[in-house]
Design a protein around this ligand. Structure first.
Ligand code: ACO
Length: 312
């Protein structure tokens, strides 16, 4: 049993914060931010706008795109580490907000920036076991909740938003979520983690060094597992943490720049929402076409890393 992608949706909050806005608030510059990260702007949720609100918007758009209703969905898995409430899960809240009537389950995975790959990994296993017919994967984050406006080294890097993908079971194992691999190394906790007072503690240069090796390693592993090379892949959609990381990783794998989907300039790093938002963006722009093969690597706090191979 495999799967196929039947719908996508995304939501970005209305408020846009540009590098110039940061220049007015702290000792930074558009030049530094663009040169070091490739970021030019990011969306920030309103004070009263929650992770669940954003997830619900993305989910509804994915349902509309797939021509389905919430009762057609059997399971919702949400990748998030920034939800306002410790419980219940955003997954079950999304089902409630959309008016689900079939007592369907929803839950969250906490894989930081790799969260959406962890969610896809769960979905692939559920499809393989024949356990659920339709699964919605959502990545939703309000990173602005964790920003320390006195720390220029992290404040400029993140953004808010949500993306959703709907997969349904298929007898083909060559479509939808073809493969996934997830990895983790808790010994690197100190490199990048949230703090109990809701800030981001990050050793940028050390994290950078890990990202440029581990993300390509996961991507390489999954290509070898599938018996393919970069030439067989139509697009690579890496986690959008930093343009330099994206280009270096894709270069190591032998991908030309034209095959890389980049949204970090528009969205900055939206952590667990990043790849899902980037996939939705690429569909909206008509960049990705039905039937194409996407390599989907990610990396984040944990450390966690992994990759997926998706035929859309
Ligand atoms: N504006 C201007 N100067 C700055 C800023 C800023 N916003 N931030 C830091 N600087 C300064 C530093 O103070 C330092 O100054 P100094 O040399 O006088 O001490 C200088 O710029 C260089 O700082 P570095 O940290 O060495 O800069 P680097 O080139 O490494 O870039 C960055 C920093 C962009 C954070 C990079 O290290 C990076 O992208 N790391 C990886 C981040 C990442 O991938 N995180 C992953 C996931 S996040 C998650 O899972 C939630």
């Amino acid at each position: 049993m495999g799967s196929r992608l039947v719908g996508y949706g995304s939501y970005l909050p209305e408020k846009i914060m540009t590098n110039q806005d940061f220049e007015r608030m702290m000792d930074t510059s558009d030049e530094w931010i663009v040169q070091r990260t490739g970021m030019r702007q990011r969306h920030f949720a309103a004070d009263n706008e929650t992770v669940t609100d954003m997830a619900v918007m993305a989910a509804q758009r994915a349902l509309d795109n797939a021509n389905l209703t919430v009762d057609d969905i059997d399971l919702v898995i949400v990748a998030t580490t920034t939800s306002e409430l410790d419980f219940p899960s955003v997954g079950v809240q999304v089902l409630g907000a959309l008016g689900a009537t079939r007592d369907q389950p929803g839950f969250d995975v906490r894989g930081a920036c790799t969260g959406y790959i962890y969610a896809l990994h769960c979905a692939r296993a559920f499809f393989a076991a024949g356990m659920h017919r339709r699964i919605m994967i959502i990545g939703a984050e309000k990173m602005s909740r964790f920003l320390d406006w006195n720390d220029r080294s992290t404040a400029v890097l993140f953004g808010d938003g949500a993306g959703a993908l709907i997969f349904e079971h298929s007898t083909s194992s060559y479509s939808g979520i073809i493969d996934t691999v997830i990895m983790g190394d808790g010994k690197c906790f100190d490199m990048l983690h949230g703090t109990s007072d809701h800030r981001i503690s990050m050793n940028g240069p050390e994290t950078y060094k890990k990202a440029v090796t581990l993300m390509p390693e996961a991507a390489q592993y999954i290509m070898e597992h599938a018996g393919i090379t970069a030439e067989n892949v139509d697009w690579i959609i890496p986690h959008q943490a930093n343009l330099r990381i994206i280009q270096s990783g894709a270069g190591r794998l032998g991908f030309p720049l034209e095959k890389i989907i980049v949204t970090v300039d528009k969205h900055a790093n939206t952590s667990g929402a990043s790849g899902v938002l980037a996939m939705a963006y690429a569909f909206d722009q008509g960049i990705i076409k039905k039937g194409q093969l996407i390599l989907y690597p990610a990396f984040g706090s944990g450390l966690t890393w992994g990759a997926s191979l998706i035929r859309v």
